[in-house]
Design a protein around this ligand. Structure first.
Ligand SMILES: [Zn+2]
Length: 86
């Protein structure tokens, strides 16, 4: 095997780089499932019905938690006011 001349090497590297660029550009537009994070088509939000259900259940749980927390805070403030008043 003969030593390559640098120009040839550079040309080869350029071709390689172009190929890499093309392969990067060829990745189709996609999104990630909100629940599990895997790649999905851009027109979808979840990879499966299961994930959508899980996500909605999680959101509902979060909402309930927030609601419980707010009620708790309201009661706490009320108790504080009553303690100060009395
Ligand atoms: Zn998913």
């Amino acid at each position: 095997m003969q030593p390559k001349n640098p120009e040839e090497e550079i040309t080869r590297l350029r071709i390689e780089l172009d190929r890499l660029k093309n392969s990067i550009n060829q990745i189709p537009p996609h999104k990630h499932c909100l629940n599990c994070g895997i790649s999905i088509p851009p027109d979808r939000t979840f990879c499966s019905q299961k994930c959508e259900r899980e996500w909605n259940a999680m959101l509902r749980k979060k909402k309930i938690n927030l609601y419980v927390w707010m009620v708790f805070m309201a009661i706490l403030i009320l108790i504080l006011f009553m303690a100060m008043g009395g």
